[in-house]
Design a protein around this ligand. Structure first.
Ligand SMILES: *Cc1c(COP(=O)(O)O)cnc(C)c1O
Length: 295
């Protein structure tokens, strides 16, 4: 299901089409709901009975994975990095993870994530289960395929010259690019990095886009563009301007733009349109983040 909404941007004097994937029908919505539904198809058809994954204490991906596993009665282990006391107190994704029945393990150091996930995998196998290893962010082929499929569902009459989207692991952007290539659409897809510098982000998106095109026999027709000009110093960081866009989003548009993902991408898009005086049809892919907004 894809919902589009046109908004008028007074500052830019133009209409922008918003793809409201924040409304994806999954608790909390957003791209992690869409990814896990696609990844889940593989988990279910190949009869896995446990999932091991990782993220932070307010991870959208871990929230979505925990809910999915609970629905299908799969064992779930979340290897979380961050402050355990905060996790036990906070609402949003943390609260839902707590309620999901998932096994939650905390690690202090990022270097402990891999070994802890390996150990959880081993323990499931040891008791005769078939566990599924899921990279943080739902970054795998099925996660990328979710976006090839999503683009396929877009209204064929939707005109796109520039499409903006938040870029974290890059699987959402790469999937959208592959989906548009498959549709024979020659627009520019511009990722706004929320964490990585330009070179690293572009490398990740480029490689994953190529992988997706190769495995789904799609002709490559998109250039990889990820901007790091709107990072505000890094993941979860923001400046006053971005904070203002986020704070005013409810009043201005009637949807929420958080400062970590969708707001950063939206603010970056606004800046980029002004800087380059972009014309044509502009589309913003809203990837969600309502719980980050409310946190
Ligand atoms: C994870 C996330 C992203 C980034 O998606 P990637 O596929 O990792 O690039 C964007 N927006 C929200 C709300 C997210 O949770």
């Amino acid at each position: 299901m894809i919902i589009c909404q046109k908004i008028y941007q007074a500052k830019l004097k133009k209409d922008i089409t918003i793809i409201r994937d924040d409304l994806y029908p999954f608790l909390g919505g957003g791209n992690k709901g869409r990814k896990i539904d696609s990844i889940g198809k593989e988990i279910l058809t190949q009869a896995y009975d446990a999932v091991v994954t990782t993220g932070g204490i307010q991870s959208n991906h871990c929230r979505a994975t925990a809910i999915f596993c609970a629905q299908y009665k799969l064992q779930c282990t979340l290897v979380l990095h961050g402050d355990k006391d905060k996790f036990l107190k906070e609402s949003g994704n943390a609260k839902i993870m707590r309620m999901s029945g998932a096994n939650i393990i905390f690690v202090d150091q990022p270097k402990d994530i891999g070994p802890t996930m390996d150990q959880a995998m081993f323990q499931y196998k040891d008791i005769g289960l078939k566990p599924y290893y899921l990279w943080g962010g739902g970054h795998n082929h099925q996660g990328g395929k979710a976006y090839i499929d999503a683009v396929h569902q877009l209204d064929p009459n939707l005109l796109i010259d520039y499409l903006f989207v938040a870029c974290g692991t890059g699987s959402t952007q790469a999937g959208i690019m592959a989906g548009l290539s498959k549709r024979n659409e020659s627009c520019q897809v511009i990722g706004i990095s929320v964490a990585r510098n330009q070179q690293s982000a572009q490398e990740h998106v480029y490689n994953f886009y190529n992988e997706l095109c190769d495995s789904f026999s799609i002709e490559k027709r998109h250039q990889t563009i990820v901007l790091d000009d709107y990072l505000c110093g890094g993941y979860e960081l923001y400046n006053d301007e971005l904070k203002k866009v986020s704070d005013c989003s409810v009043r201005d548009y009637g949807f929420a733009l958080d400062t970590t993902y969708s707001g950063k991408a939206f603010w970056g898009m606004q800046q980029y349109i002004l800087k380059h005086n972009l014309h044509g049809n502009i589309v913003f892919w809203h990837t969600g983040g309502i719980f980050n907004f409310l946190a």
